[in-house]
Ligand binder design. Structure first.
Ligand code: PYC
Length: 332
């Protein structure tokens, strides 16, 4: 029976975990990171479930595996592995991975203070600021983000009918704003949000199609963003993003913040050059900014950037031993 060893560096970005796999990841085939992600999902998904699910991970666990870039214009490629699957892009995961990669000397950027990343969703640029030997802040300029649909509705049995806008920021987000059947995240418990989200997500996915207009392999609504008024004076808005089976993002969610800024820009509440400070369920903040305009197929889009911080929490040598009945993890 085989035994596999993975060297990992664990950390968190504004409260949400990031596990960077520094050795043990499989070789992947494909000309792009989207194709390599498909190869991983086909043949190696057990590595994701083994490292992310219990007993080696937990509901919120999120990580990355670093690869050589498939593009000439990037320093390094990133595969995202999470309890929710292999995301096309993950903002908190990128901020954490860049922090860990720089502090631990896993990569040498071609330009000081700047790392270019080949992600399945496209090129992402990370600019980082050092304080001594530590990374103080990372700002990622994300893939073009856009409002995909407005006023979609579905029934979520305990609440009734819920109306959402859907926006893309590297993943598709259903954005639940205050309305007749939902007041504000402050009025509910995290366990309520976790109970309601899978039903709402399934109902929306059954009723509507969510497909990236230029990258049809990126499809499906994966995240529900519940929203409310900020509690931190400097914040613009507050959110709780549901992902996977039972996770609420502890960070303000980078791709979710990108999607929310795209939604606000599309309806005229935000413009190029504006800041958007997003507060998480635990009060941590991402500093979003609308960097520019873009077009995706025939749709207006924005180029968002997100600033945040991360810390290393430990060094983890993880074993997946096939004698273990829970070698590939479990969800309860
Ligand atoms: O920060 O983009 C993000 C993210 C996605 C899922 C959890 N965090």
């Amino acid at each position: 029976m085989a035994q596999y060893t993975f060297q990992c560096i664990d950390g968190h970005t504004c409260g949400n975990p990031v596990r960077v796999v520094t050795s043990g990841g499989p070789e992947l085939e494909g000309e792009t990171m989207l194709a390599r992600r498909a190869h991983f999902m086909r043949d190696f998904d057990w590595i994701r479930t083994g490292l992310m699910y219990e007993p080696r991970g937990h509901d919120q666990m999120s990580g990355t595996i670093l690869y050589p870039s498939t593009r000439d214009d990037c320093d390094i490629a990133v595969l995202f592995i999470e309890t929710s699957g292999c995301l096309p892009m993950c903002g908190h995961g990128t901020i954490g991975t860049v922090t860990i990669a720089i502090e631990e000397g896993l990569v040498t950027p071609k330009t000081p203070g700047r790392l270019t990343l080949d992600t399945p969703a496209g090129k992402v640029v990370a600019e980082f600021r050092m304080k001594g030997e530590y990374v103080e802040e990372v700002r990622i300029t994300n893939v073009p983000s856009f409002l995909y649909a407005t006023g979609l509705s579905a029934t979520c049995s305990p609440l009734g009918e819920i109306t959402v806008d859907v926006a893309y920021g590297g993943n598709f987000y259903a954005i639940v704003e205050p309305q007749a059947n939902f007041s504000d995240i402050a009025d509910y418990s995290v366990s309520d949000l976790i109970r309601w989200s899978p039903e709402l997500r399934s109902a929306l996915n059954e009723k509507y199609d969510f497909v990236h207009p230029e990258q049809p392999d990126i499809k499906g609504l994966t995240h529900i963003m519940w929203t409310g008024k900020p509690t931190v004076a400097s914040a613009t808005a507050r959110n709780a993003v549901f992902y996977g089976d039972k996770a609420i993002d502890r960070s303000p969610c980078g791709t979710g913040t990108s999607a929310r800024m795209a939604q606000w820009c599309a309806r005229g509440d935000l413009a190029v050059g504006d800041d958007f400070i997003h507060e998480s369920i635990i009060g941590s903040l991402f500093n979003g900014r609308v960097e520019g305009d873009a077009r995706v197929a025939n749709t207006d889009a924005i180029i968002p950037s997100i600033g945040g911080w991360a810390r290393v929490t430990g060094y983890n040598r993880i074993i997946i031993d096939e004698r273990d009945p829970f070698a590939h993890g479990f969800v309860v």
